[in-house]
Every structure is written in structure tokens, then in C-alpha cells.
Design a protein around this ligand. Structure first.
Ligand SMILES: [Zn+2]
Ligand SMILES: [Zn+2]
Length: 140
């Protein structure tokens, strides 16, 4: 019997672990929000498609962004990545969220999203990387 409790990141109630869905079964990670909050968020936007409803619920619970706001961002960026300006073929842009300031910075292609999460909001790291790249280019 599992009796450990976990606090839901959304409704902030202490619940049994069985009240949480899996974030990642392979690595034994439970979702931050409870099943009840998940299913409520899934119904929130009245999206018929199950996959889309889940996706919207995840984005909403994680970043507080609604499907409408996401669509607006996408329109503002003309469907292109906010960093490199490319439109990834057959892939969706990902929400780039700044944990430090709790804001959605924009939508990024998968490659830029990876790069940004590696660099984080640490600009000194970015400057070092740029200096490295510039030094190698000026050598030619
Ligand atoms: Zn909850
Ligand atoms: Zn990009």
C-alpha cells in the first residue's frame, strides 16, 4: 500500500501518489498536477481531439498559456521560430518558458528550444559561446 502524499502543483492539495498520472513512466516521474486538475484542464478549452486537449491542458498547467494565447503568439511570429526565424517542417514550435521570471518568452523550433534550455538565461554563457564561435571564424 502506497501511503505517501504529494502536493499538487495546481490545486495545492496533498493527495495520494495514485492520484497523479505519469509524467514519464520510464523514469518514474509523476506529473506535478493531480489527475483531477489534469482532467479539468483537459475539458477547459472544449477541444474535441483527445491529443490536442491533453496538449493544451499540459501547456496550461505548466505555463499558464491558453490555446488562444499560443495561437496568438504563433501569429505574432508569423509561424516562425522566435530565435532563428525558421519554420520547422512538420513540427510544432515549442513554448519557451522562463522559470526565473515566470513568463512565456516565445515559441521556438525544437533546435533553438534545446539551445536555449542549454544556455538558460545566463547571458555570460551565451557570450562565451559567441566569443568562441567568433574566434574560430576570424581565424580563417
Ligand atoms: Zn490538483
Ligand atoms: Zn529556431
Amino acid at each position: 500500500m502506497e501511503t505517501a502524499l504529494k502536493k499538487c502543483g495546481h490545486c495545492a492539495r496533498e493527495k495520494l501518489l495514485s492520484e497523479f498520472g505519469w509524467q514519464n513512466h520510464a523514469t518514474d516521474i509523476l506529473r506535478k498536477s493531480c489527475k483531477e486538475c489534469d482532467s479539468r484542464a483537459e475539458k477547459l478549452f472544449g477541444i474535441e481531439d483527445e491529443y490536442e486537449a491533453r496538449r493544451s491542458a499540459r501547456l496550461f498547467l505548466k505555463y499558464g498559456i491558453s490555446p488562444r494565447e499560443e495561437a496568438q503568439l504563433l501569429a505574432d511570429q508569423n509561424g516562425a521560430c522566435a530565435a532563428c526565424g525558421e519554420i520547422p517542417e512538420g513540427k510544432r514550435l515549442l513554448v519557451d518558458y522562463c522559470k526565473e521570471y515566470n513568463v512565456v518568452r516565445g515559441l521556438l523550433c525544437p533546435a533553438c528550444s534545446k539551445m536555449v534550455s542549454r544556455l538558460g538565461s545566463d547571458l555570460s554563457m551565451m557570450r562565451k559561446t559567441m566569443a568562441y564561435l567568433q574566434a574560430s571564424v576570424s581565424g580563417f
